[in-house]
Design a protein around this ligand. Sequence first.
Ligand code: C2E
Ligand code: MG
Ligand code: MG
Length: 753
Amino acid sequence: MAEKNKYSRRGGGKVGSADAEQQSRADLDAREYKYVLHISNDELDFLNRYREIIAAGTARFAEVHYNYLFDNPDIADVLYADEREGGDVSETIRAELVFMLDIFSVQEEGKREAALIHAGEQRYARGIKPVWVAGAYLMFMEFLRGLMAEQDIAALVRERLQNVLMKLSLRDIGLISEGYWNAALNEARSEMAHVCREHASIENLLSEIPQLLWSVDIKSNQVPYGNYPLHALYPEGLDAPFPFLKSTHAEDQQLLLTAWQEAVNGNISAREVRISLAGAPEHWYRLSLYPSLNHRGRPVQVHCLLEDINHAISERKQLERLSTTDSLTHLPNRTLWADHLSMALASSRRVPGSQIAVISLDINHFKMYNDTLGRDIGDLLLQEIAERLRSVVRESDSLARLGGDQFGILLSSVNDARTASERVITQVLDCFDVPFSCSDKQLCVSITMGAACFPDHGTNEQALLTNAESAMYRAKRNSLPFQFFDPVSDVSPVEQLRYSGQIRSALDNNEFVLHYQPQVDLRTSRITGAEALLRWQHPLEGTVYPKRIIPVAEQLGMISPITDWVLITALKQCKQWSCNGTMVPVSVNVSARSFQSPRLVEKIKWSLEKAEVSGDCLEIEITEATLMLDLERAADVLARLSDFGVSTAIDDFGTGYSSLSYLKRLPIHTLKIDQSFIIDVAFDNQDIAIVRSIIDLGHNLGYKVVAEGVESGMAWDMLNNLGCDSAQGFHVSHPLPEKHFASWLARSSASLI
Ligand code: C2E
Ligand code: MG
Ligand code: MG
């Protein structure tokens, strides 16, 4: 029993040096083997006596041994591999042989044993199997038996010798095996030590990182591994699969369970959830689940990682806010507003009858505030404006700064977009009545708005916004506080782009023509003049009307050559009519930009000369808005024109500027009442009142008053009763091409005679 204990402790003891340890072990082995194999000193002495005789015959064993090794393909492979790695195979075989033959030598106790153990270790390292060693010894014993039979040795002695040799070979095999054992054990130990070191460093790493890591066994629903921070949080034990399930935000618990289900189905999954870990304040965490599959591809475990992403989430939110919010006013920016708009559209499309209004709002002359008061005041003003707008726009309506001095208001899910936007527009206009205080300055600010409604004015985000802006620009051109989108008047950017290249060539290709609409004296029915109205005979689109041409031409800087062409063409026509016997003065519309041209007066003069007509053949029509752009200059231009007989009419009177004080400062001859008051003048008492007032005003100031848009006999009669001077409209004649106008002229002169 004591021996057994000694044996089992082998290799595990602490000895000073490695050599000393090996020697003492070999000594121990020598005694042990002698003991277990019953090898007595007598037997060894006996062998010693016959050693010379036997050893002499062993020289022949070399060949037997060589054949044994190379006849066995597995052993041969190992030997060749050894050779390939630079080993000397013949030398190895020779050494093996010598070592084996050494079995007879009587050596100092423990020496042979130590060598045998060492040999075992080496054979292990070279990949030689123990059974091959046993085979070699068996072969050697058989060879010796044959050798002894050849020698003249008595049978009894032979038997005893064989017995001793058998014991010695068993000892050799045993000790060589022990070498194998030692080597394998050492290798396993060092591998184990390596694994332990790696494990320790991984464990160390996992316990140092703040993320929580654990694995869940799907079948048993147990947690076979959890890293230190997780155990530290839950010292009582880990509930699978998520120890923190109960501390997860109620709205996010389902997310965890869905993620788990995905992982159990073999998919990597991740969720961002709010958890209050161990009573700490709620944070955002990302839970990532990685299923681990068995050899059949089935998930058996799920590796879980929980990381705190609170900081990243708040940074992300901050970034989102920055990218969707205007930093100056803290209002949503165009991107976010566009999102709101598309969401509103999506929900309105689902509900029949649900409408949307998009209002584009622009601050008039904002550049002036910036340039004169400085950008800081400009910024303050924008903030104040944003604040004021916020106070009138309802929570449910989306207000945004779309850029520069432009704001947007979105009214979603309303029953009547037009009425709703009129209500908001009125409130917004009202709130701008009060001046803004910006760093001890009182600033009066005016705005212009344009509105487009879904579904009437557009069915997608882009169309609605563009159309609201087009309406706003039209309102600006006409100096109106707001306008709704009008598909006839508002030119879309697409259209602008389409026409931009074509307008220039239209002039060169004579695609522009003038139609003439007569103005007739309401009492005598005699013609008093004709308004020249532009038409574009588009080669592909047919007749294009001025409301689509003029704004584009103005924006592209093409209006001056058009005005020049209209002037000269109309005046030449006037000359033609007068040559034919009828004096018909022409009215030519001059747009705001043309009116600004410093060479306007010279051009008109030149055109009159070129057409060989006098100034009283021409009346220019300008709108109130055009006049108001620069009143001083307007007064000067009109006075100079008046000097050589050209008269001036204010077109579309009543729709523009509300201040009438400018009238007395300008040399004006005619007021043309806007057709919006005339169309229903026969029925609408308010229109009657307005028209009556305008006529009175005009007459009191000494102007001629012309009514535009006279479409019916009843309107004609009413205007006649109200004392209006002239009428222009479909009731008299539509605008006519020159040839038809000539016929109309001939017919009407005849009927008057
Ligand atoms: P406007 O100067 O007020 O011209 C009158 C407009 O009313 C014309 O439209 C005419 O066709 C239309 N009209 C005439 N009688 C009636 C009527 O009884 N009922 C209705 N509903 N409409 C009537 P048009 O020709 O489409 O011109 C529109 C505007 O385009 C003009 O308004 C004028 O401001 C501008 N325009 C026309 N020709 C020129 C031009 O050569 N140069 C510039 N700068 N503007 C022009
Ligand atoms: Mg006109
Ligand atoms: Mg008009």
